[in-house]
Design a protein around this ligand. Sequence first.
Ligand code: LFR
Length: 491
Amino acid sequence: MSGPFAAVDLGASSGRVIVGRLEGGRLLTHEAARFPNGPVAVRGRGAVTLHWDVLGLYAGVLTGLRAAAREHGPLASVGIDSWAVDYGLLDADGALLGNPVHYRDGRTAGAPARVFAHVPAADLYARTGLQVQPFNTVFQLAAAAGSGQLAAARRLLLVPDLLGYWLTGAEVAEVTNASTTGLLDVATRRWSPEVAAALETGFGVGVAGLLPDVVEPGAVVGAVREGTDGAGARLVAVGSHDTASAVVAVPASTDDFAYISCGTWSLVGLELDAPVLTEASRAANFTNELGLDGTVRYLRNVMGLWVLQESVRRWEEAGHDVDLAALIAAAAGEPALACVVDVDDPSLLPPGDMPGRVAALAARTGQPVPRGPAALTRCVLDSLALAYRRAVRQAAQLAGHEVGVIHLVGGGVRNRLLCQLTADATGLPVVAGPVEGAALGNLLVQARTLGALDGPLASLRQVVAASTALEHYAPSGSRARWAEAEARVFG
Ligand code: LFR
């Protein structure tokens, strides 16, 4: 069946339903719906907690599926992807126990150290291959230990699986997203009994009974139930982690590529056949997340366009109108590399006064503090390109993998200054596109599952290349200046 397929792609600031159809080896797409998403801060008895409005998101999904079916006819299938790590808990009757907590919430402060007191960080890395981020599901569960909600929970579903459960009634854990939890064994691609045991003995969290069976992308999870928008369509497990779907859509034609999935986060790394679990890799905080067809996504989380988005939000709150295109054009006119910071500094993770925090980082390293939005934007974009330079180099070294080209996919493709800076900083050609990488990867896995395509990942990538206008950036300028800037921040 050549379609129509519907990709539900949920990002930190918006959700989209994108319809795709295959025609003559090309994937034709149309955005059926877009709806806002974002954290909701709620104060209960204790501290403020940042939540996701997951029912609002589900409503957006239903409206989107309705619009998709109205415009394109009955849907052959639906696939859902979103950000990683966050989950909803169901009670014994299958009802949702409260709104999922947002990964930028502060409840996980100190949780990694408490978990490492029960399982050494090196042992966890050996089993799960996962980077340490305070928001990994395993740390969220340790932070939630003892809560009434966890005591009442009988099932844990990651966000895309939760939405899929509401559509179909089926309870599964799609493997690419499961691999971001810190609860999955990277070698077996199944839940780790050892990590579950550590959570049980250390924190009284009986996670094993909460976790559903793991499925690989390409599994048919169920049919959308009667009376639900999109009824009759099959729900296909895609790379339900948005980054996994985005990596599927990297239009690489050779093996020597690195990718940057560039949106709210920038996920920078390589596609490998096997995980890298060395001590050097752990020390560099590289992660081995799982990808389509048995692949490993070996990458580092770089803080990404979040730093700029959150700065813009701050300026708008202060009453300034911000035109992003004009701001980036003004940043292009600012002096290059005047000030660079470590964008991965933990102070930049929570929402808040981003311009102030970036200025504090600049001051800490004795650099001139960027004054005004254009200078600050330049600082952020130079600093992102610097982080990409380090991550690509380190990934290549740690994995023993040559890199000859960088593919940049996701919303960052629209930021031409950032694309050029990435080429300049790395000294490598950058191929930019597609913008809707996650949605395209999502659609292609559906198309293959329903028999509209066959063949390996490389052949899915050919469809992306044939369907997208790619932009090419050649490296320019002096590499020595980037080396000097890197030394300024990282010593
Ligand atoms: C990107 C992403 C990253 C993940 C972060 C938090 O959207 O999925 O891969 O580390 O969000 O879930």
